[in-house]
Design a protein around this ligand. Sequence first.
Ligand code: PEP
Ligand code: MN
Length: 337
Amino acid sequence: MIILLKRNVERSKVDELLRRIHAMNVQTQEVHGVQESIIGLIGDTSAIDPEDFKSIDIVAKVKRIQEPYKKANRKFHPDDTIIDVCGRKIGGGHFQVIAGPCSVESREQMISVADSVKASGAGLMRGGAFKPRTSPYAFQGLREEGLQLLLEAKKHSGMPIVTEIMDKSHLPLFDDVDIIQVGARNMQNFELLKALGKVNKPILLKRGLSSTLDELIMSAEYIMAGGNENIIFCERGIRTFETATRNTLDLSAIPILKQRTHLPVIVDPSHAAGIRSLVEPLSMAAIAVGADGLIIEVHNDPAHALCDGAQSLTPDSFDETMQKVKKTVEFFGKTMD
Ligand code: PEP
Ligand code: MN
């Protein structure tokens, strides 16, 4: 971090600022130019907020040089993190497809979707039990009962399960869930993130609708700072001026997240597009830009789905998409085991 001082400031005020910085356990280096003077902060500045210095009257500008995230930063952890979920690996050349309905609706639905997506090559199953809905009058999910049906589908198919948590008080219900999803709307629910830092399970962290990549990485850092370093990022589209799709899939996010961090990144083409026919082409694009997996909504009867039917693939169309996914993954040198 660099602090640019205003011109002709009193020495006593500079010394006071230096004392304040040293109390934060970082070293300083002063550089006096002809016109300008700067103070360089040397050491771990991740816990220092540049805003704290901006209100000091002798300070003209503050610039962060080092990223504020340490645990997620690829600089300190050059190798890809590989997340192992019951033997299914994600990251470091391992690719996984997570498939299933938006919401858990019934036992028959879960068993039939589990059987079909497994036969098509999905490695893990998704299904929302606690649903974040824009309208309080929309279907809110089967909650505890939904979790039970998911666990039945897991037992039946042997596929690990992924489901969303909305409140940290629900954590005891998630003991047998394999990957806990933090949805877009909760990406900055910091109390939830802190609670997940104490959990010994992978977390699928979805990007907020209007969140920057730095904000997404800082949310991962919250979980990692608590001790849980098993994070999978999910790019699921962001809100833009475009209305032709539900969201706009930010393909640049995948290589950027992979350059800046060592964590795996998967893509959700279903929520990104909101349109069934776009799920396959966006899946291909995601693989081409380096995604480590996909999470795709599949419903046995999309026309009667209680949530997100328009973006859900039928088991047959998922099967066709999976044929192409497998070939594309192989073409880009990754394995789906
Ligand atoms: C979901 O995956 O079911 C979901 C609600 O997605 P998002 O949080 O990305 O909107
Ligand atoms: Mn959905």
